[in-house]
Design a protein around this ligand. Structure first.
Ligand code: NAP
Length: 326
């Protein structure tokens, strides 16, 4: 392996990762991965953390975080990540920029290929590669994410008190987010590309009976409007071809998530949506491989639950190493 340099906003430059086998390698630099690093580093396991495609994970894409315990005034997502990064560096975590592009989990030590750095060998692996919210693929999404455009109602709903918002999608997530958002918003419009919802009956009914929710059917978002903040959306009706613009303060995209687990397909047990199946804490189907955070959780998906499972994964890895006599 070539020299591994510390990267990112965490600051501490950790130097070469060396070409010896690691005790713990962590994939992913979101809340789960960084918490695993703090615990593994404090257990003197000198973890190597591979940043991944989206350094900082979902929190890196969020603005204010007001529900992470310990920050009564709230904290910016990237700031929270920065602090965790510094905390993990303080106890001896090495950072490696780039993402793992291949993995061989068929024997120990496990072998990972990290783009631009060659191969890394490790006795245990903590996968904290997260899940990426599926987006619509519009250029405006990159500009407006965190500025009126969100993929997480629990995280950002509070900022839309008395506002007009739209939720895009027709599945359980869209119904759940839409219903939740009526606690804050003046009105929620659910925009779906068909005239039949994919959501379960009970979730549909709850949304349909909510007087603050309106539905727009057979429509796709052509553009999210606004330079610095969301100001509206342009919709196209797929049946009539009619294009219309609506003024809005916020847009929540709820069209599903994609777990970042592709390189493990066929090597560890995944559910049909691609999430890693964990048992007995954070254990996967491969002894010595643990999973934490959103890559194994499509239910809670919160920063604090990801951090909790990162802690569990580090403790599980430590116990595994002990049992192996390391
Ligand atoms: P989902 O079930 O895959 O639904 C995604 C929705 O987004 C579908 O209605 C789909 O439209 C729409 N969509 C996908 N790509 C789109 C695009 N490019 N443009 C516009 N619309 C698009 O995803 P989910 O709602 O996140 O749910 C994922 C899983 O978690 C499901 O198994 C769900 O039951 C579960 N879940 C459960 C709960 C709960 O029970 N409390 C809450 C949330 C999620 P089409 O219908 O036309 O394909």
């Amino acid at each position: 392996m070539t020299a591994a340099e510390a990267t990112g906003r965490g600051g501490a430059r950790s130097g070469a990762a060396g070409d010896t086998t690691r005790d713990v390698v962590i994939l992913g630099s979101g809340c789960a991965g960084l918490t695993a690093a703090i615990y593994a580093a404090r257990a003197s396991l000198k973890p190597l953390l591979v940043d991944g495609h989206e350094a900082g994970g979902q929190l890196g894409l969020t603005t204010d975080v007001e529900n992470y315990p310990g920050f009564p005034e709230g904290i910016l997502g990237p700031q929270l990540i920065d602090r965790m990064r510094q905390q993990a560096a303080r106890f001896g975590t090495d950072y490696l920029g780039g993402a793992a592009t291949a993995a061989d989990l068929s024997r120990r030590p496990f072998r990972l290929t990290v783009g631009g750095h060659g191969d890394v060998l490790t006795r245990t692996l903590i996968i904290a590669s997260g899940a990426s919210a599926r987006l619509l693929g519009l250029e405006s999404e990159k500009r407006l994410l965190g500025h009126g455009l969100s993929t997480c109602a629990t995280c950002d709903g509070f900022f839309f008190r008395g506002k007009e918002i739209a939720v895009i999608g027709g599945g359980d997530s869209a119904m759940e987010e839409g219903t939740f958002l009526t606690k804050f918003a003046a009105r929620v419009t659910i925009v779906h590309r068909r005239d039949t919802l994919r959501a379960s009956k009970i979730m549909q009914e709850r949304a349909r009976q909510n007087p603050y929710i309106a539905f727009v059917w057979d429509s796709v978002v052509e553009e999210i409007l606004g330079k610095e903040r969301v100001e509206g959306i342009r919709l196209r009706n797929l049946r009539t071809g009619r294009v219309s613009e609506t003024r809005l303060d916020g847009v929540f995209v709820a069209i599903g998530h994609i777990p970042n687990t592709r390189i493990f397909e066929g090597q560890i047990d995944l559910d049909k949506a691609g999430y890693i199946i964990t048992r007995d804490g954070t254990r996967t189907s491969v002894p010595g491989v643990f999973a934490a955070g959103d890559c194994q959780d499509h239910v809670y998906r919160q920063a604090v639950t990801a951090a909790g499972s990162g802690c569990m994964a580090a403790m599980d890895a430590e116990r595994f190493l002990e049992a192996q006599g390391h």
